[in-house]
Design a protein around this ligand. Structure first.
Ligand SMILES: Cc1cc2nc3c(=O)[nH]c(=O)nc-3n(C[C@H](O)[C@H](O)[C@H](O)COP(=O)(O)OP(=O)(O)OC[C@H]3O[C@@H](n4cnc5c(N)ncnc54)[C@H](O)[C@@H]3O)c2cc1C
Ligand code: SF4
Length: 651
């Protein structure tokens, strides 16, 4: 039985929620009526233990913080007006109290917006944006897992692939089609479209690593969610498929020896993937008004911009893309490359967490994985796989951890270093017109005018039930409630930057795999320029106010104020960031001293151990990375087939 919130923690959450959305004339359903503390308690029961501990710890920190500041009262015992003032100050400040207040406010807002009555008062319905489109029949993907795996097993294959995300699925497809006996071992469970009908927050808790609470540790805490499910993060992502600029790929090939990423080899792969995954620009009839507003602003300013290409078939603009597509319209890996691999004989073992790679000298001989039950708990049984080669495709967080625990790379070397995350800031603007930004494709329109400066803007409005964009709305109390009530008139524009800051993945005692990351001044400047550009686009589209998510400047009302925002000296701790693209932690290169893998993805110093996920990237892709990763992994798999005479390739 998972540990529940204590009575004092329960009171703290209820007191916080009331301060965020109090009973007032603006809301017919407020935080008290939703019962945020009860709902959060239920949600926590579905969190993994360490994420549950984190939330409980943050709650206790909030409860006791006023005492540490010399007040003789806990947070929950402050009267409502004092509580609101206390929160306003923490939200406008910096340091640990600020982080606690921001995180807990965001969590409470998500729980609040998860309530159907709360959403209904803002006009949320269940209808797809484009009505009348038929949903094609479902073809389940065959996978093997507990309880079928009811005892320890030993199996053999030519190649075992760890992880079934963008990298692993593409390698599996290519190698299986090439005649190899392929096994995929995936920690997450299988999913079907029926799994994507409940609350968005529940889906994050269920299908993301650490219940969706993975963050960086450093000067500021940056959420970096990632999928843990058959199909990997592609199941839980926005679907954007942008080609990396040719100059980026050419630099990887020339400066880092990543010859398989050379533009001439990538272009045919991009083209083939475009066909297979049905990648097409978002059409006007499903874009939704958030994308249309951003398009209007970009065109008004004459900025280079375009509808985003995405892998879809039958998209009705239900706007749930990063929380699992309920129509299977988003062609994620569990619907495309994995079925293609299975059609060529590949076997997928789900809910099996690889814990150890077995090495003999320079040769990888196999792996051992814990068999998990449907709640993610270890059953005590193990899957052992002997293979002639291993592809580690566990993502930029877990791949370096697996390689390190298997002692294939030297301590103190490049393994786990060079972590980049493409940090981003989502800003919100208030308009006179009704936008209902959550209707239509979630990430729909891109502005690439400043791509060569490392700035990309993307119109992104997550489902109403996630209230992401509401977290950018300033304040607490009645002022915040008024803005919440105006949510249907809000548009949201996100930015991502190509970071020059680099972090590190390390296993920390008690915390497990952790991302240490501190943003440098250059990237702070880039983020502020991106935020200012996004604000100008929203004003050009007709915004009355813009909320840039900056503590000392929560509202911007004019272009002159945008200039002031851009020229102010901000610190990394002032920025409210999130990131979705961890990469670079086992990067490719010529020199073992400076890279973990060689030009073909093989780990330096090994004969048959490969990496094929975003860990490989020698630097930022400048755009969302999945398309480039898929293309690169297909090239790596093709080279493997060409060069591996001992791999037992079937005739
Ligand atoms: C909310 C969100 C939105 C995004 N939107 C976009 C977008 O629009 N466009 C884009 O290009 N990118 C997007 N991304 C990023 C993109 O999805 C990732 O870059 C990409 O999926 C990475 O592929 P990968 O193969 O490296 O890792 P993943 O796809 O994360 O796959 C790794 C797999 O390995 C499994 N695994 C890890 N450890 C183990 C273990 N020990 N044993 C067994 N299995 C293990 C994991 O469970 C996971 O399934 C988004 C990400 C998020 C979180
Ligand atoms: S908008 Fe996203 S979630 Fe909705 S149907 Fe299209 S791809 Fe699926």
């Amino acid at each position: 039985m998972p540990e529940r919130l204590s009575a004092s923690q329960h009171r703290t959450i209820a007191a916080l929620a009331e301060a965020i959305a109090p009973p007032c004339e603006h809301l017919s359903i407020d935080a008290n009526r939703v019962g945020v503390a009860d709902e959060l308690d239920k949600l926590l029961a579905r969190f993994d233990p360490s994420s549950r501990r984190t939330v409980k710890l943050l709650t206790s920190a909030l409860q006791l913080a006023p005492l540490a500041r010399g007040r003789l009262r806990t947070f929950a015992s402050l009267p409502l007006d004092e509580r609101e003032r206390y929160l306003e100050k923490r939200l406008a400040g910096s340091g640990p109290d600020h982080t606690v207040a921001v995180s807990m406010r965001a969590l409470c807002l998500m729980v609040l917006a998860g309530d159907s009555r709360f959403r209904a008062q803002l006009g949320d319905g269940n209808e797809p944006f484009k009505k009348g489109l038929a949903i094609p029949p479902e073809t389940p993907l065959p996978t093997i897992q507990h309880p079928e795996l009811d005892r320890s097993r030993q199996i053999d294959c030519d190649v075992v692939i760890i992880g079934s995300g963008a990298g692993g699925a593409c390698v599996a497809q290519e190698l299986a089609a090439g005649g190899l006996d392929v096994v995929v071992v995936e920690e997450g469970g299988p999913v079907s479209r029926e799994d994507f009908s409940g609350k968005a927050l529940d889906r994050v808790a269920k299908y993301c690593r650490a219940s969706g609470l993975s963050t960086t540790i450093g000067r500021s805490v940056i959420p970096v969610p990632m999928g843990c499910v058959v199909g990997g993060t592609t199941v839980m992502n926005s679907g954007t498929c942008l080609r990396a600029p040719e100059s980026v790929l050419a630099a990887w090939a020339e400066e880092h020896g990543a010859e398989l990423a050379a533009p001439a080899l990538m272009e045919p792969r991009y083209d083939a993937l475009a066909k297979q995954l049905e990648i097409q620009p978002v059409r006007d009839d499903i874009m939704g008004r958030n994308g249309q507003v951003v398009k209007r602003g970009a065109q008004e300013l004459g900025l280079s911009s375009h509808p985003i290409p995405r892998p879809t078939n039958g998209c009705a603009g239900t706007g749930q893309c990063a929380f699992g597509c309920p129509r299977d319209a988003k062609r994620a890996m569990h619907l495309t490359s994995l079925p293609a691999a299975v059609a060529h004989g590949a076997r997928i073992y789900a809910r099996c967490r690889v814990e150890e790679l077995q090495m003999r000298g320079r040769r990888a001989e196999g792996l051992r994985a814990a068999i998990l039950d449907s709640s993610g708990h270890a059953t005590g049984h193990h899957l052992s796989v002997s293979a002639r080669a291993i592809f580690c495709c566990a993502g930029a967080l877990m791949t370096p951890v697996l390689l390190a625990s298997s002692r294939v790379a030297k301590a103190g070397g490049p393994l786990g270093r060079h972590l980049r995350i493409h940090p981003g800031n989502g800003i919100t603007g208030r308009f006179d017109e009704v936008i209902n930004g959550w209707q239509g494709v979630m990430q729909s329109y891109a502005i690439d005018e400043k791509l060569d400066e490392g700035i990309l803007l993307e119109a992104t409005f997550p489902p109403l039930g996630m209230a992401y964009s509401a977290a950018a709305l300033p304040g607490v109390g009645e002022r915040h409630a008024r803005l919440l009530a105006e949510y249907p008139r809000m548009a949201s524009l996100g930015s991502i930057i190509s970071d020059t800051s680099t972090g590190r993945v390390r296993r920390l005692p008690g915390l497990g795999a952790s991302m240490l990351y501190a943003m440098n001044a250059e990237d702070v400047g880039r983020t502020v320029r991106a935020t200012a550009l996004a604000a100008r686009v929203l004003f050009a589209a007709g915004a009355k106010e813009v909320y840039p998510g900056l503590p000392a400047m929560p509202v911007v009302r004019s272009l002159a104020e945008v200039d002031a925002l851009e020229y102010h000296r901000w610190r990394a701790t002032d920025l409210k960031l999130s990131a979705y693209h961890p990469l670079g932690t086992a990067r490719m290169g010529r020199e073992p001293g400076d890279s973990v893998c060689g030009p073909t993805g093989r780990v330096h110093g090994t004969e048959n151990l490969y990496v094929a996920d975003t860990s490989l990237f020698p630097g930022s892709t400048h755009v969302n990375p999945q398309y480039t990763l898929m293309a690169l992994c297909l090239n790596i798999a093709q080279r493997f087939l060409d060069e591996w005479p001992g791999s037992g390739r079937r005739q």
